[in-house]
Design a protein. Structure first.
Length: 317
């Protein structure tokens, strides 16, 4: 896959591309002697169309970060634009929106480009609050892709609406690569998957490679349409131990670990459903299941994870 100023690849098949990619990433892992830091990580995956029970789409972000902050569910109501429900990191060294969905059923999540240092990532000037801006202005994945000129900072994004899923990779030199599907699956962690990425000196981090290989293995081994329960189960997977699993517990109290699972089921019609699991430092894990319509119907500007609106429901089937 070659990069252009904007390159968009629409793929309907999953296995062939990901099989070859897994082999390549495995070679990177074994040959590299200068791996990037295992911090600032996330695992993203999604499915669309016939791959999803009831059609529609499913999208997940397992959010990994240093346990130095707490998280909130907030409601954004920009004037004359789309309202949204977002997951926000409060305090810590990188506060702000980390995942969100709007009233039209558009979901956007992000992940760090871990092959670059924080200083390298921050050298690129980009208007703050890109996720919030896109949620306010865009109704679909296609709408988001009309604004690729806004994607400047090296970051990975996964987006979904009622029919489409896509990931967006932003290179250090500003080029943008997109893979978009209306059927099948996508997965991403914290290293570039496309070819010819200039300005990246480090090989993929071992943990990022391990998590990508594991989520791809779980996705490909599943031989029937995915349910919410399937994706919840994947989100809890600890196959790689405390530091390299999809759900990471961290080998020390300060080690990067999984702080949240943000999972949205977007049906062809009707309200999207959020499953949110949080593991804020010093607090018990909490699970909230709430419909987007219910969340946006409240007059509150945030939804407490202890409120009657945000309480754990019976496990979905």
């Amino acid at each position: 896959m070659q990069w252009g100023s904007v390159s968009v690849t629409v793929r309907m098949l999953f296995a062939a591309t990901y099989s070859g990619r897994a082999v390549l990433l495995g070679l990177f892992f074994f040959c590299s002697s200068a791996l990037a830091s295992n911090s600032d990580a996330c695992t993203l995956w999604a499915a669309a169309g016939a791959s999803v029970d009831g059609k529609g789409t499913l999208i997940v972000k397992n959010r990994d970060w240093t346990p130095d902050h707490r998280q909130e569910l907030r409601i954004m109501r920009p004037e004359d634009r789309y309202a949204s429900l977002v997951l926000v990191a409060v305090s810590g060294d990188e506060p702000g929106t980390k995942a969100g969905m709007n009233e039209k059923g558009l979901v956007i999540v992000s992940a760090t480009a871990g092959q670059l240092s924080r200083d390298e990532r921050n050298r690129v000037i980009q208007k703050p609050g890109l996720i919030n801006t896109l949620l306010a202005e865009c109704a679909t994945v296609a709408d988001v892709l009309k604004h690729l000129d806004r994607f400047r900072r090296p970051v990975f994004y996964l987006v979904a609406d009622r029919t489409d899923i896509a990931f967006i990779e932003v290179a250090p030199d500003g080029r943008v690569h997109v893979e978009r599907r209306v059927a099948g699956m996508l997965a991403h962690t914290n290293h570039y998957l496309s070819e010819d990425v200039r300005g990246v000196q480090r090989q993929p981090d071992a943990g990022s490679v391990a998590r990508l290989e594991r989520i791809e293995q779980l996705l490909k081994a599943h031989n029937h349409p995915f349910s919410v329960a399937d994706f919840i189960r994947f989100s809890k997977d600890n196959h790689g131990g405390p530091d390299n699993s999809i759900w990471r517990t961290g080998s020390t109290a300060r080690t990067t670990r999984t702080l949240a699972t943000w999972l949205v089921s977007i049906p062809p019609k009707g309200s999207p459903q959020l499953y949110l699991k949080t593991a804020d430092p010093g607090r018990n894990e909490k699970v909230c299941q709430i419909s987007l319509n219910e969340a946006l119907s409240t007059v509150r500007d945030h939804i407490s994870l202890n409120s009657d609106l945000c309480k754990e429901q019976p496990a979905p089937r």
